[in-house]
Design a protein around this ligand. Structure first.
Ligand code: GLY
Length: 373
């Protein structure tokens, strides 16, 4: 039986999806072929620094979601746009400068491949996974971050999925071992006993010894930057999906339980859980959207139906909050979908703005919820 609450949620989520389509459509019209990262005072195009080049898949990724969630005529237009914005990303399958090829290709070529099953798309995904695998440092057993040899980021858990994918598709055992080892090392060195996470781990490159936890985007090396936590929730769920290793599911659950016990009831976390009381007033809605998308994935992996329902209903609650309190629809001239995201607090980039990954995972969570409610 469909409940009244479910009907209300469906209307809320359908409305948010329609708004997301409207905002993306307007962006494409105003700035054709532009791949934004974060807004400045609600506007996508500005001279603000990028720090690193990791976001280009999110805009076409949303278009692939819209294509799936539209009637035929509208879907055709979204498909044309999605292809137009996905194609220029292909050369990045060989990009050794970033640790983000999962973000770039799983949101685009993977979705595209699901639609057409065109072999050339699968090949792009495989090459991107192999390029990611080349980041592996045997001493320390991790995929190095874009910053330096000695550095591992929690964010890379969102990109190890494409290494698992390439290993599976090619039957390459060595590549699979790389993805597994990276995930074990991240679990051992970056996830703490209480389920909280560090953003960066530093290693001795001579002997591979783990030295200390550090951060770039969090408050401190020993604090819990909320987006990093949500990357871990989602990323370890993906590692479990590919490997069936229960340790990764345990880790995803531990991180999720930290999120559940430390996040305010509306489901939107502060940008860093240990920032000062004043600074903690700044939320990060992108972390909330990633948490919702991650919990929806996790909910279907739970053996325990009570826990599965807890994750699903929490994700639902987060999305209700985002749809009722954070949509940009009430702010005249705001070009993004979701307000209240944070990119880089320390560098003062994209603070209390719309951010492309927040938009993308918000749409992914909407898509997952609308399939079920
Ligand atoms: N470094 C990727 C992020 O901002 O989450």
């Amino acid at each position: 039986m469909i409940s009244f609450q479910q009907e209300t949620d469906r209307a809320l989520f359908e409305n948010a999806l329609a708004f997301a389509k409207k905002q993306v459509g307007a962006l494409v019209k105003k700035h054709p072929d532009f791949y934004p990262m974060y807004t400045k005072k609600g506007k996508w195009k500005h001279e603000g620094a990028a720090w690193t080049h990791w976001c280009d898949g999110f805009l076409p990724g949303m278009m692939w979601i819209f294509e799936k969630r539209s009637e035929e005529k509208e879907a055709k237009v979204w498909r044309e746009n999605a292809i137009r914005y996905s194609k220029p990303l292909e050369p990045r399958k060989l990009d050794r400068e970033v640790h983000d090829l999962g973000f770039i290709f799983l949101s685009t070529y993977y979705r595209w491949y699901q639609v057409t099953k065109d072999e050339s798309l699968r090949k792009v995904l495989i090459t991107a996974g192999q390029t990611m695998g080349a980041r592996y440092r045997d001493k320390g057993q991790y995929l190095r971050s874009f910053v330096s040899e000695e550095s591992l980021f929690i964010d890379i858990m969102m990109n190890v999925g494409i290494v698992f994918y390439a290993a599976r598709e090619t039957g390459d055992k060595k590549l699979r071992e790389i993805a597994l080892r990276h995930s074990y090392t991240t679990r051992r060195t970056m996830v703490r006993g209480d389920g909280s996470t560090a953003q960066e781990g530093l290693f001795d490159t001579k002997n591979g010894e783990f030295l200390k936890q550090a951060t770039h985007q969090g408050e401190r090396g020993d604090s819990c930057w909320s987006r990093g936590l949500t990357w871990a929730m989602y990323g370890f769920a993906t590692a479990y999906e590919y490997s069936a290793d229960p340790h990764f599911l345990e880790t995803a659950e531990a991180c999720t339980d930290y999120f559940l016990s430390h996040t305010p009831n509306d489901g939107v976390p502060p940008w860093d859980y240990q920032a000062s009381a004043e600074s903690r007033k700044q939320v990060d809605t992108s972390a909330a959207a990633i948490a919702a998308a991650g919990m929806l994935r996790l909910s279907r992996m739970m053996q325990d139906p009570v826990k599965g329902h807890l994750y699903w209903s929490t994700a639902n609650q987060i999305m209700r909050t985002l749809c009722t309190s954070y949509l940009g629809d009430k702010t005249k001239g705001w070009e993004g979908i979701l307000k209240g995201g944070v990119y880089h607090m320390r560098k003062d980039l994209g603070v209390n703005e719309s951010v492309m990954w927040g938009e993308y995972f918000f749409c992914e969570a909407l898509d997952r919820l609308l399939r079920r409610v």
